[in-house]
Design a protein around this ligand. Structure first.
Ligand code: NA7
Length: 897
């Protein structure tokens, strides 16, 4: 059956002033229309309630001159019906508001949606009725509605915020709001016009108003980054991609990060030189596509302040080149937020407009508006006589339209506005604990405004409608998120937002544009594809985090948190699972070494250090290779003797290269990574004795290596941390050298395999129980395993150097690491622990892959510097986004305002 032929089941007749339906939808924009269609197709009775007098939602209200979408229109379209796609052709790369509105009207006609939409109807209150297990909606016109399910498709940018300037009512001229633009044409010719606000709406409308007005004064509080849209026909390259494989193109969009099918960029800024970066930037500038420039320049631009600053400066250079007056160019150049942290704009002639003689820019940072008067605007410094004021001052974004239905009263009489007083709390951005059978489309906590909205809307609608169908089939009539699931989602949201720069800017993404609004990154920053996979996982894990009940079936509740891993750890593990790698222990030692070397080739290059030297030193039985990493700062530097991971079998002196580089940069210390002998060729105690011999030699030759004499530090990861721990015991017992501190990252400390983490984390987190057994078998026969040179936990622990012990929540070795730290402390050794939530065994060594590991590495570096008596190092650029990591930052932090 064609989608266009779907018959609508009739809603129950209105009785006693109440319309009874299965589902009530609020809003008739992109989300409401697709919901209506999909729900009807699934056999539900539905009514949509829409305040406007026609379909369109945001596009119904935002009719200001120059209003266009800022995602290319071929991407900003429904994809649920191939026939619909064939039936509509966009005329431009970025369609105008009238064309988008025509499209939505076309969709409404095609599926005969209007007959189930009550236009001109505002929902006033919504109340959950415990007795009937239904929602009751009252409206400002016509019958109230009784529905089993209540779905808010109210949009993210649909509640304009008041301008918050005194005297607006005094003004005798014309006043317009971009978000509530009149339907008749507004004429600016011959008029003195002001535009207040330079977000997308201001930036799109200013050039067109300037062409008509006798004079235009732009009042700018915060300059924004704007890029030329280069609008015109749909670009041939994108259209060809779509035409050649429409289904594949759409599917790629659904699994992409932003809902537009661009590949993930992997090259980081420091791998490119100035000329290469400039070339990439110029290409992006010429393309005119927000998602392209935000995702395709270099991988660290959205996550690292230094990587971001490079783009920001290139854009400011463009502004200076376009705008002739240097003071105006300076005022238009953003410096107070990272590029992309605030929604950048797409423009047509925006900056060039300031070269017109009839345009003035007023920098409100230098002369704030005092008031609006009968004749115009008065700032601290001067008055402007005006005929027209256009407020392009934005929206109470993401939550405003939902809270505007007031009150929404859920279970136990609780109002949504009070539950969200400290910021929106949701599960998946789709549901709220305490509000059964209430769904939100693109609600706070979903990718929404950080994505191509149409892709996110379709995913949400499909997910919600599919759940309603499944519930109907199973006999369930209520669904409600659990508090545990919701709290887990807040934590995951906070973890995700540590990976981007959004939290560093005051924007409508964070609620900072509305005075008094709780602050926090409201949209989900983890990406569209990952979000989709999480929603799917909720279903595949038996509706994890939801309570389901029905009159004739047993209730169901699989309580829990859907994502407990750090977001980038989850991606890495999923990627590895998709690769269907063979278990390493089945490859044999040579095969496993080859495999790991090949695997390591694909990782991002480590960051530059002052110097890298390969050489050899005497081990316990012959020369050992080593790699020395020297900081760029003048020496002598403290030396850290470093032991790589690999279960005493794999790896070599450069296998932990990115980790050594990172720690070398953070600590300002020399790292010497030792190529100790491996099993099975050299079994226990070869590696342990090499570790000791190398440390002693380095201690004796520290000055020759450019290091400080008199002490060394030791560090290592995994089996390397085992060697570092063992080395500390051996140097204590064998007369030196003096070790000032030990860094043990996920150490092997004991030969017992019965601690809970061996079970909890034994199979699913890359380092498996089976692999550990294999390592042990190759390195050490059972009779030797209690020897402290391989099980340092069984050794004497008093008198050891201070230690920093790192363990990861999802690591089989977690509990033996914690046991070692506890035992050290008990023996009187100064010890600090970092128990890394949501991390796995390789989190900290996968530098620039598991970026949430940055703050943990910063703490390791701090500890090493403390051990060496050095002052705290200045924060590195990747710590800025991670500095709160590990302490469960609240999603919302009112104090931050
Ligand atoms: P935005 O992007 O929120 O822009 C609003 C603009 O108005 C922004 O420049 C604000 O400055 C400014 N503003 C807000 N209140 C005031 C007051 N009281 N005085 C002076 N200036 C003020 O809204 P838009 O409608 O342009 O765009 C919304 C989204 O629609 C956009 O991101 C796209 O996704 C489409 P501020 O930055 O707060 O200092």
């Amino acid at each position: 059956m064609s989608d266009a032929m779907v018959a609508a089941p009739a809603s129950d007749a209105q009785s006693g002033g109440t319309q009874r339906v299965d589902v009530a939808v609020v809003g008739a924009g992109f989300a409401g229309l697709y919901l209506l269609h999909h729900l009807r197709k699934a056999g539900f009775t539905v009514v949509a309630l829409e305040e406007g007098n026609d379909v369109g939602g945001t596009w119904h209200w935002n009719r200001y001159p120059g209003a266009r979408c800022d995602i290319q229109t071929i991407d900003y379209s429904y994809s649920f019906d191939p026939e619909l796609e064939r039936a509509w052709t966009w005329s431009e790369k970025y369609a105008t508001q009238p064309e988008i509105l025509r499209y939505l009207g076309f969709v409404a006609d095609r599926y005969e949606l209007r007959r189930d939409i009550r236009f001109g109807t505002k929902v006033k209150t919504a109340t959950w009725d415990e007795a009937t297990l239904r929602w009751v909606l009252t409206t400002d016109s016509g019958a109230s509605v009784s529905c089993r399910y209540y779905i808010m498709a109210t949009g993210c940018l649909s509640a304009p915020k008041p301008p918050e300037i005194d005297g607006v009512k005094e003004f005798k001229g014309e006043v317009y709001f971009t978000g509530r633009w009149p339907h008749q044409e507004v004429k600016f010719a011959g008029k003195r016009v002001a535009v207040i606000g330079t977000g997308s709406s201001g930036i799109q409308s200013i050039p067109l108003i300037a062409e008509q007005a006798v004079h235009l004064t732009v009042f700018q509080r915060t300059p924004n980054f704007a890029l030329p849209a280069h609008n015109g026909p749909v670009p041939a390259d994108r259209k060809t991609l779509l035409d050649n494989d429409r289904a594949g193109y759409r599917e790629q969009a659904r699994w992409s990060l932003a809902g537009v099918p661009y590949p993930q960029q992997t090259t980081v800024s420091w791998q490119l030189n100035d000329a290469e970066r400039r070339e990439r930037f110029e290409q992006a500038w010429a393309i005119g596509d927000l998602v392209y420039i935000l995702s395709q320049l270099w991988a660290d631009q959205g996550s690292d302040v230094d990587g971001n600053a490079l783009v920001a400066e290139l854009i400011r250079e463009k502004i200076r080149a376009i705008v002739k007056d240097p003071d105006t160019a300076a005022a238009l150049s953003p410096h107070d937020h990272p590029f992309g942290a605030k929604r950048p704009c797409l423009d047509t002639n925006y900056y060039a407009t300031y070269n017109r003689p009839n345009v003035t820019l007023v920098n409100l940072r230098q002369e704030p508006i005092k008031a609006i008067t009968a004749s115009g605007v008065t700032t601290d410094k001067r008055s402007f006589d005006l005929d027209v004021i256009v407020f392009a001052t934005g929206f109470d974004a993401m939550t405003g339209a939902m809270i505007a239905v007031h009150p929404i009263t859920g279970r136990a009489g609780k109002a949504l506005s009070s539950v969200w007083a400290d910021g929106p709390q949701t599960y998946l951005g789709l549901t709220v604990a305490g509000f059964p059978n209430l769904f939100m489309i693109t609600g706070p906590g979903s990718p929404s405004v950080l994505s191509n909205m149409t892709v996110s809307i379709e995913q949400h609608v499909d997910w919600v409608v599919d759940r309603l169908i499944a519930m109907r089939e199973a006999g369930f009539t209520t669904i409600e998120a659990t508090e545990t699931a919701q709290a887990g989602w807040a934590r995951h949201m906070a973890d995700c937002s540590m990976l981007t720069l959004h939290r560093l800017a005051n924007t409508w993404y964070t609620g900072a544009n509305v005075p008094g609004k709780a602050l926090g990154v409201m949209p989900y920053t983890g990406g569209v594809g990952p979000y989709r996979s999480i929603c799917n996982e909720v279903v595949s894990r038996g509706m994890l985090g939801f309570k389901l009940t029905g009159p004739n079936v047993a209730g169901q509740c699989n309580d829990g948190e859907i994502v407990r891993l750090q977001p980038d750890v989850r991606l890495v593990l999923n990627m590895m699972a998709d690769m269907k790698l063979p278990p390493i222990e089945t490859l044999g030692a040579q095969g496993a070494r080859y495999f790991i070397n090949e695997f390591n080739k694909a990782r991002p290059a480590g960051r530059p250090v002052g110097e890298v030297v390969d050489s050899t030193l005497p081990g316990n039985d012959g020369l050992l290779p080593y790699r020395l990493y020297r900081p760029a700062t003048p020496g002598p530097h403290p030396i850290v003797v470093y032991f790589h991971g690999g279960g005493w079998v794999l790896g070599d002196q450069q296998s932990d290269d990115p980790f050594c580089r990172d720690l070398c940069r953070r600590t300002g210390m020399i790292f010497v990574s030792i190529g100790y002998r491996h099993a099975p060729e050299h079994r226990f105690p070869a590696a342990a004795e090499d570790g000791y011999a190398a440390t002693r030699w380095i201690g004796e030759h520290a000055a020759e290596l450019g290091g400080m004499s008199g002490y060394v530090l030791v560090g290592g990861w995994s089996a390397g941390a085992n060697l570092a721990a063992v080395t500390c015991q051996l140097t204590r017992d064998r007369g030196g050298p003096h070790i000032a501190g030990q860094l043990l990252v996920c150490p092997v400390t004991d030969c017992a395999f019965d601690r809970p983490s061996y079970n909890d984390n034994g199979t699913a987190y890359f380092l498996t129980r089976g692999l550990m057994y294999w390592f042990w078998d190759l390195y050490c026969s059972p009779a030797d395993r209690t020897d402290p040179r391989v099980s340092p936990l069984r050794g004497k622990l008093g008198g050891l150097p201070p230690a920093f012990v790192v363990t990861c929540e999802f690591d089989p070795l977690r509990d033996e690491g914690i046991a070692y730290a506890d035992a050290l402390a008990k023996a009187g050794v100064p010890v600090e622990q970092l128990q890394a939530r949501g991390h796995f065994h390789s989190s900290f060594t996968m530098v620039d892959v598991v970026r949430t590991g940055a703050s943990g590495r910063a703490k390791m570096a701090e500890a090493l510097r403390r051990f060496a008596g050095m002052p705290k190092q200045a924060e590195q650029s990747d710590e800025v986004t991670h500095r709160d990591w590990g302490v469960s930052p609240p999603q919302f932090n009112a104090a931050a305002k």
